[in-house]
Write a protein that binds this ligand. Structure first.
Ligand code: FMN
Length: 183
């Protein structure tokens, strides 16, 4: 899949087939996350991927009601950061940007192999950390399911279709988000 196709086809997926996700697919997705840019190349991220149904059920109790479906997913990536390996400037903490960039890489890689993900921010960090034995100094930035979208195959066709409808769900047009030379 061409990068432009993957960018256009990527969308937040919240319903998945029961099909298990292989170690190889997880490795492909997280290896692409690993290649993202980061503050001073600090690579402050670590992804915990959960497939155990019991653990997924427990995690589902640690997210807001809106994300309660995560016990139904084949795999869940928990994206964490060590802020001590990232940095800050102008009052902005960049560990969040580091992990978000890595996650975007992951989501595009998943799309590339016909899988779907969804950035989830609505969770109780203390509970998630407790369930997964995440150390005190580590922050949980996001959760994301990984699975084959229930809407079925034809992602490539979908990508091509999406290229012709690039405004999908976007409130702002290119003109509104792009300024040249001055604000
Ligand atoms: C920072 C952030 C937090 C988000 N949190 C949630 C969430 O908790 N639950 C959810 O279902 N989607 C969540 N999303 C997904 C957005 O709703 C989604 O990206 C947006 O509606 C655009 O749709 P698309 O990803 O299909 O293009 C989040 C996305 C971002 C970037």
């Amino acid at each position: 899949m061409l990068l432009g196709e993957a960018i256009a086809a990527r969308h937040s997926v919240r319903k998945f087939l029961k099909e298990p996700i292989s170690d190889e697919d997880i490795a492909y997705i997280i290896d692409n996350a690993r290649l993202a840019p980061s503050w001073r190349n600090g690579q402050c991220w670590r992804f915990v991927v959960v497939r155990d149904p019991g653990k997924l059920k427990t995690l589902a109790q640690a997210v807001g009601q809106v994300n309660g479906w995560i016990d139904q997913v084949p795999a869940l990536a928990v994206a964490t950061a060590d802020p001590g390996r990232s940095g800050g400037m102008n009052g902005i903490e960049y560990f969040i940007a580091d992990v978000a960039m890595a996650l975007q890489n992951a989501m595009l890689a998943a799309t590339d192999i016909g899988l779907g993900m969804c950035f989830l921010a609505n969770f109780d960090e203390v509970k998630v950390k407790h369930i997964l034995s995440i150390p005190d100094n580590i922050r949980v930035v996001a959760l994301s399911p990984i699975g084959r979208p229930e809407e079925g195959g034809g992602l490539k066709d979908k990508a091509l279709k999406a290229l012709f409808t690039r405004n999908r769900g976007r409130k702002l047009s290119l003109d509104q988000v792009l300024a040249m030379e001055v604000w």
